[in-house]
Design a protein around this ligand. Structure first.
Ligand code: HEC
Length: 158
């Protein structure tokens, strides 16, 4: 938490851009995966992209749809929270990236049908990484650490 707070503060002044470039390489010890949640510039860009593209379903505060564990009348799933109460952090970076880019139906070979369509036509890979960086940066430190460990296990298994 201390590290992230310090990075945020560095971005408050006019030096934000320069600091952002330097911060991109300032990967915290233990960080694993491809989502640059420690990069204040990516997180800021991701916040705006999230508000535009994701908040309508996943909630402005990442809280998910109301009664999100219930199903819709047609049996489809509701949008889960992206905060620590949901299960986004149960999936390694590669999976949440693929779901965001291609949509769940494509990723699960049609096993899951939902309104979660891929954003590959609207968002670049860098945009998707920025949105996911924003999401991950909102998690408590303990959840971030668990997700880093999950990424490490996943990458070792590939
Ligand atoms: C039109 C509604 C809608 C929008 C907009 C939307 N989603 Fe989703 N999303 C869903 C639904 C419904 C699910 C749950 C069912 C599923 O996994 O397909 C979901 C699931 C997900 C999951 C899997 C979460 C998990 O724990 O399994 C990720 C990751 C995700 N969305 C990311 C995003 C991101 C990032 C954006 C914005 C770029 C976004 N979604 C925009 C409806 C939406």
């Amino acid at each position: 938490m201390r590290t992230r707070a310090a990075l945020g503060a560095m971005c408050l002044g006019a030096t934000c851009l320069g600091a952002g470039a330097a911060l991109a390489g300032d990967r915290p010890e233990g960080a694993a995966g491809v989502v640059p949640y420690w990069d204040a510039e990516a997180v800021a860009a991701g916040a705006a992209l999230y508000a535009e593209n994701c908040a309508a379903c996943h909630g402005a505060a990442l809280e998910g749809e109301g009664d999100w564990r219930a199903r819709n009348a047609d049996g489809s799933l509701r949008a889960p929270p992206h905060d620590e109460t949901g299960h986004t952090w149960h999936h390694p970076d590669a999976q949440i990236f693929a779901i965001t880019k291609h949509g769940t139906e494509a990723v699960t070979g049609g096993a899951v049908q939902s309104t979660m369509e891929g954003f590959g036509d609207q968002l670049s890979d860098a945009d998707i990484l920025a949105v996911l960086a924003f999401i991950k940066a909102q998690w408590p430190d303990e959840i971030i650490a668990r997700h880093d460990a999950l990424n490490q296990r996943f990458m070792a298994s590939q």
